[in-house]
Design a protein. Structure first.
Length: 152
């Protein structure tokens, strides 16, 4: 399982070389962040992986919002046909992969939704909601760095 996830991360990193559009690059980096958080949750605590993922994605959202606002609206084009060979192979392998019983424990998954952890989940949800509202307010301003372009 671990080797498979590392193989997928390596493949995604190599595929980044063929893209030059900020949207496609951000999509690949988000997938890499998801894979890294899955590996971290398998090896370490799932809380650490979740917090690491949220911090990483928050930084990526800020960084790519600047890149997208400054770049032109280029179409996403694939430069190589290698993606059409590699990605279905990875998807086929992931569908046929059987998870072992030591990697998946339903009692640990249900631990997040126990009544004693519900307050923590509500606080995290509220913090994310407040951050989303703040980011929306910042983006809606007309004189900030993310202001819209004038249409002629």
């Amino acid at each position: 399982m671990m080797w498979f996830l590392l193989l997928m991360i390596t493949t995604m990193m190599w595929s980044m070389l063929s893209y030059n559009n900020p949207m496609s690059l951000s999509m690949i980096i988000m997938m890499i962040a998801t894979m890294v958080s899955i590996i971290t949750s398998l090896n370490l605590s799932s809380w650490y992986a979740m917090i690491l993922f949220l911090i990483y994605v928050g930084g990526l959202l800020v960084m790519f919002s600047y890149f997208v606002s400054l770049s032109s609206n280029d179409p996403m084009m694939l430069k190589s046909k290698m993606h059409f060979i590699v990605m279905p192979t990875i998807l086929y392998k992931s569908l046929n992969l059987q998870m072992s019983s030591n990697l998946y424990n339903s009692s640990q998954m249900n631990m997040l939704y126990k009544p004693m952890n519900m307050i923590t989940m509500l606080l995290i949800t509220m913090a994310l909601l407040v951050m989303m509202i703040i980011v929306i307010k910042m983006v809606k301003s007309n004189n900030g760095p993310l202001r819209g372009f004038n249409q002629l």
